[in-house]
Design a protein around this ligand. Structure first.
Ligand code: CA
Length: 480
């Protein structure tokens, strides 16, 4: 990192504190110790921030540990003025038309657009245009690049749909030959749908692994909605896939953003506090699941009498202290004008699925009781819906946010109830349990026959920490 950049990021951190009045958070545990040290030293001397943050890990590897406060960036109130973060179709069109001339200052890599799904305008107008030199458009599945059956063990239990490992994220960027030090990535959703959450989740995986937010964009609104009156701008095919390489590593960015995640042990500590000062827990699933009226689905379909039905978590309810904050509150879903998906009806499926305006977003967070300073702890059912909230907080409003990746699929299983096979999930005396008043607002237990098998979670009953994933990721970033 150059001296200039270091200076700039330190100034940003100081500015945040001076102008928002937001100080450091109270910490509940080990995960935030780096953040606390970093933000305390900000008050003393701006230039100490980098030094103190990096020395927490190792002085020789020089990988900087960033706090959520430092990572957060405010958008312009008019998204047309953004050159990263949420960008508009007008900006993207200008970039595609002449990237070399119109690209943001300081960017010298290519424009790589990851388009999720196919625009439903027929064979001739299915993708954003590209020149295959400095503007590339690669097709990714409409459901994003996340594999819901992917699990990682956090030391306490498996986390279904966990953050991809360092090997996986490297494999993904090498598959497209994307240079993490130079290229500019834009995510574009072909046609609007609540599945935008899968793409914000894919976006989040790059953020987590250190991608420069100033080289990362998210097209506001679907391609179909934005270009319905400009179909001739679109083309029939995406860029041809390049030969996979092994050249690129996210760790070369020397950026440790693992503090963007929070694990179940720390989450439990915060939930159990009477005064959760410094933290704002947001449940992005939707009111029916939050209030316990609706069961939260689990990963497999081996439940029911014949063991061939959808499984659910052991109990319904929400994390103690969490606010009901459905992710759909943040999206525009009532602006349909044309039958974009060609099903003969004009309804919410033809909406833009844009992020709400800066002002509306700000008001929504305020109405939910957020004070503009606290660290938002976001969760949902699988860690996807909450990334819509995380994107809104982190790159539109500039609020610090951390994801609880285990989400309700993990939390809602840590009970003493029995699973579909009749096996008790956790012993009554287990410290792992979350189905107690201290941690959960427990609305009710689901029928045993519908409950995910305990074997899916591979519980370590003796675990005292759930930091295995963060430790693995930190080691990977340091080439270990
Ligand atoms: Ca329609």
């Amino acid at each position: 990192m150059t001296a200039y950049k270091r200076y700039f990021s330190s100034i940003t951190a100081v500015t945040l504190i001076l102008f928002t009045g937001c100080g450091s958070n109270e910490s509940s545990g080990v995960t935030t110790s780096e953040i606390i040290k970093a933000s305390n030293s900000v008050k003393v001397n701006a230039l100490e921030v980098k030094e103190s943050a990096s020395t927490n890990v190792s002085t020789k590897d020089k990988i900087r540990v960033y706090s959520p406060q430092e990572i957060a960036m405010k958008s312009h109130c008019d998204y047309n003025d953004n050159s990263y973060g949420v960008i508009t179709a007008k900006t993207l069109k200008k970039w595609i038309s002449n990237w070399k001339k119109n690209r943001p200052k300081g960017v010298d890599g290519r424009l790589v657009i990851l388009q999720a799904g196919v625009v439903p305008f027929g064979k001739e107008a299915a993708f954003l245009p590209h020149n295959d030199k400095d503007v590339l458009v690669y097709a990714i599945p409409a459901g994003g690049a996340c594999d819901p059956s992917y699990k990682r063990f956090d030391g306490m239990s498996e986390t279904p749909g966990a953050m991809v490992s360092g090997e996986r994220i490297d494999r993904n960027i090498n598959m497209f030959q994307i240079d993490p030090k130079k290229d500019f990535i834009v995510f574009a959703v072909a046609n609007g749908s609540t599945a935008i959450r899968e793409i914000t989740r894919t976006w989040w995986s790059l953020v987590y692994w250190g991608w420069d937010l100033k080289r990362l964009g998210f097209l506001n609104g679907s391609v179909a909605y934005n270009f319905v009156n400009d179909k001739e701008f679109l083309v029939a095919n995406p860029s041809p896939m390049p030969k996979p390489t092994h050249e690129y590593h996210m760790r070369d960015l020397k950026t440790d953003r693992t503090a963007l995640h929070i694990y179940i042990d720390e989450m439990k500590k915060i939930a159990s506090m009477d005064n959760r000062k410094g933290f704002f827990i947001a449940d992005a699933r939707g009111t029916a699941e939050y209030s316990g009226e609706k069961k939260s689905k689990s990963a497999s379909k081996v439940c029911g009498v014949n063991h061939d039905q959808q499984c659910y978590t052991s109990f319904r309810g929400h994390i103690r202290g969490a606010v009901d904050f459905p992710y759909t509150d943040l999206l525009v879903m009532d602006d349909a004008k044309c039958d974009l998906n060609g099903d003969g009806k004009i309804d919410k499926h033809d909406a833009s699925f844009k992020f709400k305006s800066y002002y509306d977003m700000k008001m929504i967070f305020k109405e939910k009781g957020y004070n503009g300073c606290d660290t938002i702890l976001a969760y949902c059912r699988t860690g996807r819906k909450a990334t819509v909230l995380a994107l809104s907080a982190l790159t539109i409003l500039g609020y610090p946010v951390r994801m609880y990746d285990g989400s309700w699929m993990q939390w809602g299983m840590m009970s003493e109830g029995a699973d579909t096979n009749g096996d008790q999930i956790l012993p009554s005396s287990s410290a792992l349990r979350t189905d107690i008043d201290k941690y959960s607002v427990v609305i009710g237990y689901n029928n045993q026959i519908d409950v995910e098998p305990r074997s899916t979670y591979n519980f370590n009953l003796d675990a005292t920490s759930s930091r295995k994933i963060v430790e693995e990721d930190r080691a990977y970033l340091r080439g270990k």
